[in-house]
Ligand binder design. Structure first.
Ligand code: MTE
Ligand code: CO
Length: 429
């Protein structure tokens, strides 16, 4: 480095620090489309200079009693889509999948779906009532629930409407919007079986109806076999209390099944001998077929995958050469055993590398490293699960389900990488 392009050494003045801050703020403003552009490095901070952050003591321990991400990560946020937002209270936002890695979704980035806004429950007044076909109807406090044996389980939750806007063709530009109605956290809670056994199930108990304490009072019918199998009443996510958005202080966990059944702010479980056919399982969350008939009770979320990088919000910015492709795969039926990726729209498939824990009904992380020659690519991924199921193409799905569906779109996603590294959502057949 010549003397002329080496920044002047010496003690930086506070104004120098402010200048750096101002520069960052401007950079933040430029990145409005949901992807951060690489900022120009400040030569002042680069070797062989002593960087600004090495010249001062940092802030002390009590600066942030509850820690927050670096200010440089301010673009890593949930986002909503204006035309999908009828009202703020009955709406969705999306997990920024393109900004995450591994298989755990940080609590503050889990997508939200509410039918009546976030209920403001307090733990002291919280009650869970069990009634219907039980020997003794019971009301539990939160403390009561915490006296049952607890379990820790990592599960994905996917809204049945995830990718729903893509049913008739490529539409939204970013995996956050096409696939971001999924999250995966470690739940701590009590197996529902223990709570139902405490109340005592009558011999004709065949269904349960969990009901939310939010203004929507959302409820669904769940068959008793599932309730006694792996459902949980969870009060922690990733080790800390559920976030209000995720159903604080307690929600139902229905592993592998559509997110709508994971009732938040759980206030009551009625036990019955037949399904209730509530609003959310009749006029909503059913799939209208070409014949005009609707599929009833499509509970399981079938195997699905998506490439999160590169993707429209995460273009290739480094030019040709060594490139890391990564993405997520999951199956409501069990473990993901294999993920294939193609760079040329399905002419050649390569087996991707699954890295990290491979747990049933949880997200799986896959990678594929390749040398990009700078030409156009058509990226796709295809997941397999341990039942032998293979993720279908969108055309294969439409051949069976017609054009009317919204829910349960697990078709293969295509991203078009252009020569300039930009990426767009396309469909090929
Ligand atoms: N539970 C209640 N009480 N109210 C709701 O609006 N939304 C459901 C389900 N449970 C909902 C609810 C839907 S459609 C989904 S996809 C999931 O919660 C979303 O969970 P999340 O907000 O934790 O991502
Ligand atoms: Co949903």
């Amino acid at each position: 480095m010549s003397k002329s392009d080496t920044p002047e050494k010496g003690i930086a003045s506070p104004s120098r620090r402010n200048l750096l801050k101002a520069g960052l703020a401007a950079g933040g403003l430029a990145a409005t489309a949901g992807f951060a552009r690489a900022a120009e490095p400040d030569p002042y901070n680069l070797p062989p200079n002593v960087a600004d952050w090495s010249r001062y003591l940092g802030v002390g321990v009590d600066n942030a009693p509850y820690g927050m991400p670096s200010e440089h990560e301010s673009e890593v946020v949930r986002r909503s889509v204006e035309w999908l937002t009828a009202s703020r209270e009955s709406s969705i936002n999306f997990t920024p999948l393109h900004d995450l890695d591994g298989i755990i979704t940080p609590n503050g980035l889990c997508f939200e779906r509410h039918h009546g806004g976030v209920a403001e429950m307090n733990p002291t007044d919280y009650r869970l009532m069990i009634n219907g076909l039980v020997d003794k109807p019971l009301i539990f406090t939160l403390e009561d629930l915490k006296r049952f044996p607890r379990e820790n389980r990592l599960y994905f939750l996917e809204c049945a409407a995830n990718s729903g806007m893509e049913w008739r063709g490529a539409q939204l530009n970013g995996c956050q919007f096409t696939h971001g109605m999924v999250h995966c956290v470690m739940y701590t809670g009590v197996p529902l079986k223990y709570i139902l056994e405490e109340a005592g199930l009558k011999t004709n108990a065949k269904w349960i109806m969990p009901e939310g304490g939010d203004a929507a009072g959302m409820n669904r019918s769940v068959p008793i076999e599932k309730a006694l199998d792996d459902c949980m009443v969870a009060f922690k996510m990733n080790g800390e209390a559920l976030r209000p958005e995720q159903g604080y202080p307690a929600r139902l966990v229905v592993p592998g099944w559509e997110g709508n059944m994971w009732v938040k702010w759980l206030r009551r479980i009625e036990v019955g001998d037949q399904p209730w056919h509530a609003r959310e399982e009749t006029s909503k969350y059913t799939d209208l077929l070409a014949s005009g008939k609707a599929r009833r009770f499509t509970w399981v979320m079938d195997a699905k995958s998506v490439i999160t990088n590169p993707s429209p919000q995460a273009p290739i910015t480094h030019g040709k050469g060594q490139t890391v492709l990564t993405g997520l795969a999951w199956s409501g039926n069990g473990r993901v055993t294999r993920v294939d990726v193609t760079l040329d729209g399905g002419k050649n498939w390569h087996q991707a590398r699954i890295d990290g824990p491979s747990l049933p009904k949880a997200l799986h992380r896959f990678y594929f490293e390749f040398d990009w020659d700078g030409s156009d690519l058509l990226l796709q991924s295809r997941a397999y699960d341990d039942t032998g199921y293979v993720q279908p193409t969108k055309d294969e799905l439409r051949a069976v389900r017609g054009e009317n569906s919204i829910y349960h779109n697990n078709g293969i996603q295509t991203w078009h990488v252009m020569a300039n590294g930009g990426v767009e959502n396309v469909e090929i057949s």
